[in-house]
Design a protein around this ligand. Structure first.
Ligand SMILES: Cc1cc2nc3c(=O)[nH]c(=O)nc-3n(C[C@H](O)[C@H](O)[C@H](O)COP(=O)(O)OP(=O)(O)OC[C@H]3O[C@@H](n4cnc5c(N)ncnc54)[C@H](O)[C@@H]3O)c2cc1C
Length: 393
C-alpha cells in the first residue's frame, strides 16, 4: 500500500468562508506539520517522547500566545489561532496540547491576571519558547470539581507558602514555571493563581508513565511542600474559581478546532485507503455501500463541526462568545472526532491498529481530549444549565 499523504478536507467550499490571512496561517501551519512533525510523530508516540526540538521552530512561527497582543506575540485573530490548532492536532493531539497549555493556560493567565513585572518577565520568553509553562489545577481527588481542591497558600510576611498535590499536569517536568491554583487561607479560602518557578525548594514534578494516550506529550504529577514564593508571584488579578475557568475556556476553544484536525486526518486517510484496498471481485472497498455510509457519516459530521467552530470563532473575535458556545463546540467536535477515528480505524481493518497509519494514535489521543478541559458530560451539564437555567452538577 503506497504512503498516504494528507490532502485537506473541504466538502462545501468552507475555504470561501475564510479570508486570505486565515488561509495563509492555516497553510503555513499545515506545511510546518507536514515537513516537521509527520515524519517523526510515530517514533515519538512509540517512545513516549515529546518532540522538544520543535519548540523553537513553533515559537518562530508565532504559535505561542498567538492570539495575544504585544510582548512579541503574533496578535492573531481567534479564527486564525483556531486554524493553527486544527493543523497542529491534525499532526498530533499531544503537540497541540503543548501549544494550548503554553498559550491558553499559562501565557493567557499571566496576560490577563498578571502584574506588569510578571508579564515582562515571562511573556516574551514564553513566546520565544525559551521558557515553558504548565497549569496546575487538577488534584488527585478533584478533577471535574476543581473547587474542592486541597492546595493551600498561607501568607507569611512578604511571602506565600504553598502546599498541595497536582495531578495530570501537561508539561509538568519540562516546565520552568507552573501556574498553581490554591486556596488562600488568609482570604477565606479564595482560589487564586500563583507563579511558581519549578526550581524552588519543595517543588517536585514526576512524570506519569504507562499512558496509552497523548504519548508525545509530557504529563506529570506535581508536589508542593512548603514552597515559598515572594508575594509578587501572586497573580494579582486572579480571584475565585472563575479565574482558572476563564483559562480553560481559552484552551477549550482551541481544542474544538483541534478535534476537527484529528478527524480530518482520520477521514482522509480512510478515504484514500478505501480506494486502494481491494476485497471481493477485485473491487476497492470504497465501492461497498457500508463503507460509503461510514465515509458519508464522517464527512457530514466534519463539515458540521467546521461550521460550528468557525461561528464560535467569529463570535469570539466579535467579543460576543459565551462559555456555553465553547462548551458545545468542544463537546460536539471531540465526540465527532472520536467517532470518526473509530470508523476510520474500522475501514482500515487490521492495518487500522498499526502505526503505519495515524488513526489508532489519534483515536487513543482523543480519549484524553474527551476527558480533559471539562469532560464530555460536564460540558453537557454546562449546556443544560444554559438552556434550562438549572444547575445540575
Ligand atoms: C493527558 C491529560 C492531560 C491533562 N492535563 C492537565 C493539565 O495540564 N492541567 C490540569 O489541571 N489538568 C489536566 N488534566 C486533568 C483533566 O482536566 C481531568 O482529568 C478532568 O478534569 C477530569 O477529571 P478526572 O480525571 O478527575 O475525572 P472525574 O472528575 O473523576 O470524572 C470521572 C467521570 O465522572 C463524570 N462526572 C464527574 N462529575 C459528574 C457530574 N456532576 N455529573 C455527571 N458526570 C460526572 C465525568 O464526566 C467522568 O466521566 C489532564 C488530563 C489528562 C488525561
Amino acid at each position: 500500500m503506497p504512503a498516504i499523504k494528507f490532502r485537506g478536507v473541504d466538502f462545501i467550499d468552507f475555504e470561501t468562508l475564510l479570508n486570505d490571512d486565515e488561509r495563509l496561517v492555516r497553510d503555513t501551519t499545515r506545511k510546518f506539520i507536514e515537513d516537521n512533525l509527520v515524519p517523526i510523530i510515530e517514533e515519538c508516540n512509540r517512545a513516549g517522547r515529546f518532540p522538544r526540538e520543535l519548540v523553537k521552530p513553533m515559537a518562530d512561527l508565532g504559535f505561542f500566545g498567538a492570539s495575544l497582543d504585544g510582548y512579541g506575540c503574533a496578535g492573531m485573530s481567534n479564527v486564525e489561532y483556531g486554524l493553527v490548532t486544527q493543523e497542529l492536532e491534525r499532526g498530533d493531539s499531544g503537540v497541540r496540547s503543548f501549544v494550548s497549555v503554553q498559550s491558553a493556560l499559562v501565557m493567557y493567565p499571566i496576560y490577563t491576571f498578571g502584574s506588569d513585572e510578571q508579564k515582562n518577565t515571562w511573556l516574551p520568553a514564553m513566546q520565544k519558547g525559551e521558557k515553558i509553562g504548565c497549569f496546575g489545577l487538577t488534584e488527585p481527588d478533584f478533577g471535574s470539581n476543581p473547587g474542592g481542591m486541597r492546595s493551600r497558600a498561607r501568607k507569611v510576611g512578604k511571602e506565600y507558602v504553598l502546599n498541595g498535590e497536582k495531578m495530570w499536569i501537561t508539561s509538568g517536568t519540562i516546565a520552568d514555571v507552573a501556574v498553581i491554583w490554591a486556596k488562600v487561607e488568609d482570604e477565606g479560602d479564595k482560589i487564586r493563581g500563583f507563579l511558581v518557578e519549578t526550581d524552588r525548594a519543595g517543588f517536585k514534578a514526576d512524570d506519569i508513565h504507562g499512558k496509552w494516550s497523548l504519548r508525545a506529550s509530557v504529563t506529570s504529577g506535581l508536589s508542593l511542600q512548603d514552597v515559598r514564593v515572594p508575594e509578587s508571584n501572586l497573580l494579582p488579578g486572579s480571584g475565585g474559581l472563575k479565574s482558572p475557568l476563564m483559562c480553560l475556556n481559552q484552551a477549550r476553544y482551541g481544542i474544538a478546532w483541534g478535534a476537527v484536525g484529528a478527524a480530518m486526518a482520520c477521514y482522509d486517510c480512510a478515504l484514500q485507503y478505501s480506494l486502494l484496498r481491494k476485497q471481493f471481485r477485485d473491487q476497492p472497498i470504497a465501492s461497498h455501500q457500508l463503507v460509503q455510509e461510514k465515509l458519508a457519516w464522517m464527512i457530514s459530521e466534519i463539515t458540521k463541526a467546521q461550521l460550528l467552530v468557525l461561528q464560535v470563532g467569529r463570535l469570539k473575535d466579535a467579543g460576543k462568545v459565551q462559555h456555553q458556545h465553547i462548551s458545545m463546540a468542544k463537546r460536539n467536535n471531540v465526540w465527532m472526532a472520536l467517532e470518526c477515528a473509530r470508523l476510520a480505524r474500522d475501514i482500515l481493518g487490521a492495518n487500522g491498529v498499526a502505526d503505519d497509519y495515524p488513526i489508532m494514535r489519534h483515536l487513543m489521543n482523543l480519549e484524553s481530549v474527551k476527558t480533559y478541559e471539562g469532560t464530555h458530560d460536564i460540558h453537557a451539564l454546562i449546556i443544560g444549565a444554559s438552556v434550562t437555567g438549572i444547575d445540575a452538577f
